[in-house]
Ligand binder design. Structure first.
Ligand code: FAD
Length: 106
């Protein structure tokens, strides 16, 4: 199976990029699909205990899908929750855009 850390950093790249490209004014269908996607993601993520915690996080903090800004900030906060659990530094969510939309630098 893939290494949990490699799987994690690849998956966060995907999740933050997806949020950064999410529409600024999503249609009701796009909002529904993103909510469904995140729920399904939390069931199929191939690290069982990671998936369980993410599922719990989603249940307690429903994905915010009304705009790109809202979703990107929600994703950042979800990632920070995992960072905290793992003893990693918190990321300043004011900087999601230069990191994941404009920048792409590490
Ligand atoms: P990562 O945490 O993978 O981050 C990658 C890059 O994202 C960083 O270099 C930084 O530039 C940027 N970044 C960091 N924080 C944020 C943020 N808050 N918002 C935006 N950008 C940010 N690992 C476990 O050991 N146990 C778990 O339970 C666990 N659960 C996970 C649940 C999910 C849903 C996912 C996707 C991953 C999970 N992981 C878990 C993996 C873990 O989060 C890391 O991906 C892994 O430890 C590798 O960390 P990293 O140092 O490469 O940086």
């Amino acid at each position: 199976p893939p290494d949990v850390n490699k799987l994690g950093s690849a998956s966060w790249t995907f999740l933050h990029a997806m949020a950064a490209k999410y529409p600024e004014k999503p249609t009701p269908l796009q909002q529904e699909e993103m909510t469904d996607f995140l729920n399904i993601f939390s069931h199929v993520y191939p690290c069982f205990w990671c998936a369980k915690d993410f599922e719990k996080y989603i249940t307690e903090n429903a994905p915010k899908v009304k705009s790109q800004e809202e979703l990107s900030t929600w994703m950042c906060q979800a990632h920070n929750k995992v960072n905290k659990k793992l003893g990693k530094a918190q990321f300043n969510c004011d900087f999601w855009k230069p990191r994941w939309k404009e920048g792409w630098d590490e």
